[in-house]
Design a protein around this ligand. Structure first.
Ligand SMILES: Nc1ncnc2c1ncn2[C@@H]1O[C@H](COP(=O)(O)OP(=O)(O)OP(=O)(O)O)[C@@H](O)[C@H]1O
Ligand SMILES: [Mg+2]
Length: 240
């Protein structure tokens, strides 16, 4: 049985991440609460992936505290992560989802039925018996989303899930993300694609050099960025 616990709000309190002498993230305080998607943007190397990994509990901060629903134990309960390049098990698409369901504690007798429903949800029902590693990049990313949804997450963390996809495959992934958001799942996602940020974001968190530079409702961020770094980023200037 899944424990009736919550992973939200996800609270970062004065969080830093240091690797040797390098400061990767610098004293970030941020609360991720239920609501419209939060999109993390910023130049290459600004710390988006590192921040998402901390939010998932895949790495520990070197300073500050993180809590999930008031708990500081990083064992994931109601959260899931989708990587930029998902790694597929050497099994069929359906078996990849069944495996995720087993890991999430779904009773064996219900896994087949739920796997079918999840594959339908991401538009892969026709490819259920195809070896997952033979799927296209876009199909693999949709399968990664089905596996993440198998965990019945309250919060879904996504690291540039469409970075190597063409526009049609990107749209397919965006539709799944939007429908997950509409079903009440909190989306926290890094993206490089400003068009995508406009399509998906309720709020934007802008990072530069490991610091949280700006956080605003998406429309405010695009219409009135308040920091010089964000203005330069939106103009397409190099932000170092
Ligand atoms: N384990 C590590 N040791 C040292 N430096 C690291 C480590 N992990 C990340 N970094 C550095 O921290 C910075 C932030 O990296 P991160 O991958 O979080 O950025 P990002 O915003 O996701 O970049 P991109 O847009 O390219 O995906 C980079 O300069 C990176 O080289
Ligand atoms: Mg990254």
């Amino acid at each position: 049985m899944r424990a009736p616990v919550s992973d939200l709000p996800l609270v970062l309190d004065d969080v830093s991440l240091q690797a040797g002498a390098t400061a990767i993230l610098d004293r970030i305080s941020l609360t991720i609460a239920p609501g419209a998607p939060t999109l993390f943007i910023g130049p290459n190397g600004s710390g988006k992936t590192s921040l998402l990994r901390l939010c998932m509990g895949l790495a520990k901060p070197t300073g500050g505290r993180i809590s999930w629903g008031g708990r500081s134990d990083p064992t994931p309960t109601r959260r899931a992560f989708v990587f930029q390049r998902p790694v597929m098990l050497r099994r069929t698409a359906a078996a990849n989802v069944t495996y995720a369901l087993a890991q999430a504690g779904e009773p064996r007798a219900r896994r087949g039925e739920r796997a079918v429903a999840l594959l339908e949800r991401v538009g892969l029902a026709d490819l259920a018996d195809r070896p997952a590693r033979l799927l296209s990049g876009g199909e693999q990313q949709r399968l990664a989303l089905a596996r993440a949804l198998a965990r019945d997450p309250q919060i879904l963390l996504l690291d540039e899930p469409t970075a190597s996809l063409d526009p049609a495959a990107t749209r397919a992934v965006e539709e799944i993300v939007l429908s997950a958001a509409q079903s009440g799942i909190k989306i926290a996602m890094a993206s490089h694609d400003l068009g995508q940020v406009r399509r998906l974001a309720g709020e934007v968190v802008f990072l530069a050099r490991g610091a949280l530079c700006e956080r605003a409702a998406a429309s405010d961020f695009f219409d009135h960025p308040s920091t010089p770094e964000a203005r330069a980023f939106l103009r397409g200037d190099l932000v170092i």
